[in-house]
Design a protein around this ligand. Structure first.
Ligand SMILES: [Zn+2]
Length: 245
């Protein structure tokens, strides 16, 4: 084989997908609801707004990449019932992978006061970064962890740092076991959207919106593109692995 033949072959192998993307269904779950919108950012914007915007972008990107069965899961209603409702919807579809999109905050005791555009708000610049959560009670923990690793590799490879505080005792009830110290994967067994899902399920905290600088990053097209590309590449790899690639 000549060098040019090898180059051609490699390029084809790189483009050829081993899995059937149109049959691989990803559910992109928009965390929280209009009625129960989650955390407030440092500039008092509800987390739900960030989740919806990023979730929509990821949904569109996956469809453009051939994952035409991708579903954007937007749920309504009060917080706790909505958790069961969203996971029931994913289970009924059914789906091959559930990715729940969130943005991070801090426990109340870290909040500090400031004013943004004349409105009293809260912030904490102490922590930043993405984090990934998996549940040991998901029926397919190994595959959940595999997808979390694939996504963590993409995020890390694009220069992002993960949020390190969740392993610390000072987080109290928010402390979690760090199962991958390289890629920022934590174990959160009782999380409903992870444990009640019948398919591999991962929760992504895309970044901290209570951190004043990171909120601006999360508002930037550049950061959203980076996270979206990471998810797309991780889904590609996960689909290929599931197809024996
Ligand atoms: Zn959230």
């Amino acid at each position: 084989m000549t060098a040019s033949q090898i180059t051609t072959w490699s390029a084809e192998a790189g483009n050829a997908s081993k899995c059937d993307r149109s049959r691989f269904r990803v559910v992109v779950d928009v965390g929280h609801t209009v009625q129960a919108p989650g955390a407030l950012s440092a500039r008092s914007v509800p987390e739900y707004d960030f989740n919806l915007r990023l979730g929509q972008q990821i949904h569109q990107r996956l469809i453009a990449d051939g994952f035409t069965g991708t579903v954007l899961l937007v749920t309504e209603g009060e917080a706790r019932p909505s958790l069961f409702k969203r996971v029931a919807t994913a289970n009924e579809l059914p789906a091959d992978l559930l990715l729940s999109i969130h943005h991070d905050s801090v426990p109340d005791w870290f909040l500090e006061d400031w004013e943004f555009e004349g409105t009293p708000s809260h912030f904490s610049d102490r922590f930043s970064g993405y984090s990934l959560f998996v549940s040991g009670n998901n029926p397919d923990y190994d595959a959940s962890l595999l997808f979390a690793k694939l996504l963590g590799k993409q995020l890390k490879g694009r220069g992002l740092q993960y949020a390190r505080q969740y392993r610390e005792a000072f987080m109290g009830k928010y402390q979690h076991e760090l199962v991958d110290a390289d890629l920022g994967i934590y174990r959160y067994d009782p999380l409903i959207v992870l444990k009640e899902a019948k398919m591999p399920s991962v929760l992504l905290e895309a970044g901290s919106i209570i951190n004043r600088d990171e909120e601006l990053q999360m508002n930037s097209r550049k950061r959203r593109d980076l996270i979206t590309a990471s998810v797309k590449d991780a889904v590609r790899a996960f689909c290929d692995v599931g197809s024996g690639g």
